[in-house]
Write a protein that binds this ligand. Structure first.
Ligand SMILES: Cc1cc2nc3c(=O)[nH]c(=O)nc-3n(C[C@H](O)[C@H](O)[C@H](O)COP(=O)(O)O)c2cc1C
Length: 344
């Protein structure tokens, strides 16, 4: 029998749960449906990234980077640092991956107890061989029975709303997600997050929009679409065509926290000054979080997306990447942008 979440009645304006005050104006599902949400990106969607996108745009759900169910059972302390968040960051979903139903259920329970996230999600879409090789991630598209065992064992152990994030199929046009969506619906999960590309298409290639529309017509469970949005034009075109119940943005949000506002009538592109100022704020948060050496290294991947469209960025970027101290980097950015009259 379908299991129903009474989450809507729990998440009112404000409620207390084991001493934690959770503030929400709407139900979690309403929040997911009415806002653009952040898609999990391993090695990107860490604590500083989530702080920046919450501050500059995202009113929807934020995700942590994915956590291995088995790995967590072996070394919870190592993994707990990836889950860190404050009440002000809510709603936050923690994503797990793996194929061992018991380990995933125990991990979901431990994380529920320790962090009280707003959602637990199971990754059923990651195409990386180190994940699919152990029957996790997208491999679950081919093993719906195992996927169901995972879902059932987690539901037995915890009360937090549960979702899955998967891909539309294994190969182009096979729509293998149909089996997983059916299982999610029958077990009363909150929603399904669906990357509109197959596992074989990886991260590029056409989105399967027609297939999405057909799939959507079979189910009542909300299917939140994802993939290929880098601009307001992309979003308007895709959403107009497929009318999903909600949307997640992944790569388009790196260096562009404002992208989460593209569905608002008063949306304005950020100015170059805003881009540089938020880039520096993000950079400083990374150093606060990881220390100078590691923070600089981890921040490098954000430089290109933040600097996109800035004069000379193609020449300027390789210069910046050579520096090893915060001061050198900040001074170089300031000098460059005074020279190009972007900063005071
Ligand atoms: C670097 C990188 C890391 C990713 N990490 C995750 C992850 O941890 N969990 C997940 O479900 N999807 C992950 N994805 C997939 C994205 O969440 C998203 O589904 C995909 O990139 C398509 O959306 P986009 O075109 O908006 O980026 C990752 C994608 C990339 C490129």
């Amino acid at each position: 029998m379908a299991r129903l979440w009474f989450y809507g009645s729990r998440v009112q304006n404000k409620f207390k749960c084991a001493g934690v005050t959770i503030v929400h104006m709407k139900t979690l599902l309403d929040i997911i449906k009415t806002n653009i949400n952040q898609s999990p990106l391993a090695a990107y969607t860490d604590y500083p990234f989530r702080k920046i996108i919450r501050k500059y745009g995202c009113r929807g759900l934020l995700f942590t980077e994915m956590i291995s169910g088995r790995g967590y059972q072996m070394n919870p302390d190592f993994h707990n640092r990836f889950i860190k968040f404050e009440d002000i960051d809510r709603p936050v979903g923690v994503q797990l991956f793996g194929s061992d139903p018991e380990a995933l259920a125990l991990t979901a329970k431990d994380i529920e107890n320790k962090f009280k996230p707003d959602l637990i999600d199971i990754n059923m879409g990651c195409p990386a061989r180190k994940v699919t090789g152990k029957s996790g991630g997208a491999a679950l598209l081919k093993h719906p029975n195992l996927a169901e065992k995972i879902i059932v064992s987690i539901l037995k152990k915890m009360k937090t709303p549960l979702s899955i994030k998967t891909r539309i199929g294994w190969s182009i046009n096979d729509c293998k997600s149909k089996d997983l969506i059916k299982i999610a619906e029958e077990n009363g999960l909150l929603c399904v997050f669906l990357h509109l590309r197959s596992k074989k298409a990886l991260f590029s290639g056409a989105l399967e929009l027609e297939n999405f529309k057909t799939l959507k017509s079979f189910f009542k469970i909300p299917i939140i679409a994802n993939g290929g949005v880098y601009s307001k034009e992309d979003y308007d075109r895709i959403v107009h065509e497929i009318r999903p119940e909600g949307f997640l943005i992944g790569r388009g949000s790196t260096g562009n926290p404002w992208i989460f506002n593209i569905n608002k009538p008063d949306y304005k592109e950020p100015t170059r000054e805003e881009r540089i100022s938020v880039m520096l704020e993000h950079f400083n948060l990374m150093i606060e979080e990881y220390g100078e050496t590691s923070g600089i290294l981890k921040f490098r991947k954000f430089l290109k997306p933040y600097l996109k469209g800035i004069p000379d960025h193609v020449k300027f970027l390789p210069q910046l990447i050579q520096f090893k101290t915060r001061q050198e980097i900040i001074e170089t950015i300031q000098k460059h942008f005074q020279a190009t009259k972007l900063l005071d």
